[in-house]
Design a binder for this molecule. Sequence first.
Ligand SMILES: NC(=O)c1ccc[n+]([C@@H]2O[C@H](COP(=O)([O-])OP(=O)(O)OC[C@H]3O[C@@H](n4cnc5c(N)ncnc54)[C@H](OP(=O)(O)O)[C@@H]3O)[C@@H](O)[C@H]2O)c1
Length: 288
Amino acid sequence: MKILITGASGMLGGDFTVAARELGHEVIALSRSDLDLTDQSAVETLVKEHAPATVVNCAAWTDVDGAETHEEEATEVNASGAGYLGAAAAAIGASICQISTDYVFDGAKETPYVESDPTSPIQAYGRSKLAGEETVRAANPNHFIVRTSWLFGVANQKPNFVETMLEVGSTGVPVKVVHDQVGSPTFTGHLAAGLARLIETDSYGIHHMAGTGECSWYEFAEEIFRQAQMEVDLIPIDTAAFPRPARRPANSVLVSEWETPIMLPEWKTGLAEYLQSRRTPSPDEVPA
Ligand SMILES: NC(=O)c1ccc[n+]([C@@H]2O[C@H](COP(=O)([O-])OP(=O)(O)OC[C@H]3O[C@@H](n4cnc5c(N)ncnc54)[C@H](OP(=O)(O)O)[C@@H]3O)[C@@H](O)[C@H]2O)c1
């Protein structure tokens, strides 16, 4: 299948590009310098020129706190840009897979969220991503909207939560982590494989796809240090003790109500694979 990937130099985009190529797909991997989603005519031109069977949009404004003061810019990328892509794909008969987020929910539910639960984002980023679901749905009937959560992956220059914990944990100072936000950590390698399976189906609509199981950020940190065999003085704190510009949902655990959903492995398995892959040198680093 010919797949056009946007945001290909991001964390998920990088892993999805690798996964799709390994499966033998013909992949057009575009980073922001190749295609800025907010440039509607460039989106139309490139999608038409490459004529993919499907477009997988991994590009997004992902700075959750920054979106509070730049909501318009975040919405331009996450909603308008996603809609341009959806429409450009529809114009050539291609499907679109739009990556969305657990932050479309307010976190007040006491059990895991399913696809049909009402959305109610509590920060600008979530509003912009929810608007993106709507623009994509309106632009292209053949849409997969995949909500995922708490990503960590190898293909990224920005530090993810696992890297941050490994770094602060090695300093010897006590590490404080919030214990009152619960979610589903997701290894992008596993999500990439799930997306690759999904786009080969015609199961259009919203899909929740996250690491199986749930934990708090505190429990996630505990498991990181356990698997990395690090002795760290880990202290649970309340969200209120760690104020940030954007509010986060207290519960954003995602499960699927599809009859036969694409299930990802347990988040702890994802963590183990992630830690293993960051220890394994790439072929160019191995001495000949
Ligand atoms: N990270 C998480 O925990 C998480 C959780 C739930 C859902 N998601 C969703 O998962 C998807 C992938 O997230 P990620 O963590 O892999 O993000 P990421 O590493 O921040 O990658 C996003 C990519 O989008 C690119 N981009 C930003 N603005 C663009 C524009 N105007 N045109 C084209 N490309 C643009 C970025 O390029 P630059 O770096 O050059 O700006 C970056 O390469 C996103 O839709 C995100 O909302 C993420």
